[in-house]
Design a protein around this ligand. Structure first.
Ligand code: IPE
Ligand code: IPE
Ligand code: MG
Ligand code: MG
Ligand code: MG
Length: 309
């Protein structure tokens, strides 16, 4: 509740909602024009890629990319392709995350998981193709007009690093290896920061970098992203315990069944909520040197703390 006080009155619920809708529409339009049509061979593969990309995801990572860019005075058009590339990586990660060999979830965003519709082989390959497409996009100069090629290369490296073995994939491995085991708080934080938090940090900072962020901006945006990123996975864990299946579109209670290392599992729901609230406040505090142009980031933090999906 306290965090709400720090948000300017001009950027409350309706303004944030309009902001989210506008940015989502831009990202969706880009993804739709960029991804191969469903009628393009091999059709099954392209249908599977589109099935997961256009499944009603919240698009919070691309929205973070745009909001990070705007916080340093940039404009959305410069970063929409980068934002879309990050969403492609996210989409791939969830297709693979749901596979029987990983979390074995039959539902995602209120619909059957990719492997339930297309079979495991096509789901794996659709994930591969989405991940690859993200880097094809990042290397496509036509979509980054006016961006210094050396900077673009370095941002692509940052995205690759974040998606890789010492960040996202590494976090997923430790998440799997910790199933059914007792995990202490540092290890739990390691899992959450790596499987989820770092991609959120990169979403926020990479957009800002393409728009000329300086070292001070990036330090503060990194801190914001670290707090919001960990908070986001804590709220994901809480929703798995307390969330409504219809709102979330994925099966609740799955973490406990699989013996996952989660915040509610280790600390209980109410202390997990307190942690999420503290992280939200710290995230917003990290932005105190920014002006109104960072209001979307401030509002997003509070919105994600209170989310029901
Ligand atoms: C779910 O991410 C997986 C996590 C990293 C917690 P989101 O909650 O952003 O998934 P969608 O794309 O909105 O469905
Ligand atoms: C997903 O975490 C993290 C990645 C895929 C990188 P979860 O396994 O908790 O996500 P959900 O709950 O299935 O959406
Ligand atoms: Mg998982
Ligand atoms: Mg999962
Ligand atoms: Mg989860």
């Amino acid at each position: 509740v306290k965090a709400h006080r720090d948000i300017s009155p001009g950027f409350g619920g309706p303004a944030l909602k309009a902001y989210l809708n506008a940015k989502t529409a831009k990202v969706n339009a880009f993804l739709d024009s960029y991804l191969p049509e469903e009628t393009r061979a091999p059709e099954t593969l392209h249908r599977a890629m589109r099935y997961s990309v256009f499944a009603g995801g919240k698009r919070i990572r691309p929205i973070f990319t745009v909001a990070g860019a705007e916080a340093v005075g940039g404009c959305e058009d410069r970063v929409i392709p980068l934002a879309a590339a990050i969403e492609l990586i996210h989409a791939y990660s969830l297709i693979h995350d749901d596979l029987p060999a990983l979390d074995d979830d039959d539902y995602r965003r209120g619909r059957l998981s990719s492997h339930k519709v297309f079979g495991e082989a096509i789901a794996i390959l659709a994930g591969d193709a989405l991940l690859t497409k993200a880097f094809e996009l990042l290397a496509d100069r036509r979509h980054f007009d006016g961006v210094d090629p050396a900077l673009l290369l370095d941002v692509a490296k940052q995205v690759g690093h974040t998606a890789g073995s010492t960040c996202m994939v590494g976090g997923q491995v430790v998440d799997l290896e910790s199933e059914g085991k007792e995990v202490d708080l540092p290890l739990l934080e390691y899992i959450h920061v790596n499987k989820t938090g770092n991609l959120i940090v990169t979403s926020v900072t990479s957009g800002a970098r393409l728009c000329g962020a300086n070292a001070g901006h990036l330090r503060r945006l990194t801190r914001y992203g670290e707090c919001v990123g960990l908070m986001f996975q804590i709220t994901d864990d809480i929703l798995d315990v307390e969330g409504a299946r219809d709102a979330m579109g994925k099966e609740a209670g799955a973490d406990q069944i699989r013996g996952k290392a989660t915040f509610p599992g280790l600390l209980g729901v109410s202390e997990s909520r307190e942690r999420a609230a503290e992280l939200t406040e710290r995230a917003i505090e990290s932005l105190q040197d920014f002006g109104r142009e960072a209001d979307p980031l401030r509002a997003l933090a509070a919105y994600l703390r209170d989310r029901d999906r």
